[in-house]
Design a protein around this ligand. Structure first.
Ligand SMILES: O=c1nc[nH]c2c1ncn2[C@H]1C[C@H](O)[C@@H](COP(=O)(O)OP(=O)(O)OP(=O)(O)O)O1
Ligand SMILES: [Mg+2]
Length: 198
């Protein structure tokens, strides 16, 4: 097993970097792809897996380092799994606040018992840009979509995601707790096992 002391994180999302670095601990240093390039690759895949691999290969190519990518999103039952892989682009690239407003509007007449949703995270690690065997790990987190935003922590859809096991929104959870429960935490626990860090 290769020893990954330094990985480039194939993400321009500062929230992901913070969470993933906290989960990985000090033995692996995550460097942001932003140190190397500001150009974001187009996420042309039809699945979280495809987009994670695409982002990881791109970052490995640009940086010359092994690369970790996180492709994630929110799948809402009532919307047939949307916005899913399109979560970041749900409100046409207008950002988190616009995405959240659009989701609240789409669900405004939907009763509580039909507001189930899951966060999905796929982590892909490539040793180099053309790695024929990327390491893939996934994690899911089940919850419900709230009727209004609540909480200041986290990023993205966190203020709208109600966490049944804690009875609060994911943005109300202290970061340490989110990092033990989340879709990303579950995917990272699997990755740590695969890397012999667990
Ligand atoms: O823990 C989370 N808490 C709240 N929202 C979250 C979470 N995890 C993913 N999300 C949302 C944010 C974004 O709307 C989409 C990810 O999109 P995704 O393309 O994977 O990430 P991104 O464009 O923000 O950064 P990048 O592609 O550079 O890694 O799902
Ligand atoms: Mg993205």
């Amino acid at each position: 097993m290769m020893n990954f002391q330094q990985l480039v994180l194939a993400s321009h999302n500062a929230g992901k970097l913070k969470e993933l670095q906290a989960m990985l601990g000090a033995s692996v240093q995550l460097r942001s792809i932003g140190e190397f390039s500001q150009v974001e690759p187009e996420e042309t895949g039809l699945s979280f897996v495809e987009n994670a691999i695409l982002k990881a290969r791109n970052a490995a190519r640009i940086s010359g380092l092994p690369a970790l990518a996180d492709d994630s999103g929110l799948a809402v039952d009532f919307l047939g799994g949307a916005p899913g892989i399109y979560s970041a682009r749900y409100a046409d690239g207008k950002g988190d606040a616009a995405n959240n407003a659009k989701l609240l509007e789409a669900l405004k007449d939907v009763p509580q018992e039909q507001r189930g949703a899951q966060f999905v995270c796929v982590l892909a690690l490539v040793r180099h840009a053309d790695d024929p065997l990327p390491i893939l790990c996934e994690g899911l987190w089940h919850g419900q979509i709230l009727f209004e935003a609540s909480g200041e922590h986290g990023f993205g859809y966190d203020p709208l995601f109600w966490v049944p096991e804690r009875n609060c929104s994911s943005a109300e959870l202290p970061p340490v707790e989110k990092n033990q429960l989340s879709h990303r935490a579950r995917a990272m626990a699997l990755l740590r096992q695969r890397l012999g860090l667990a």
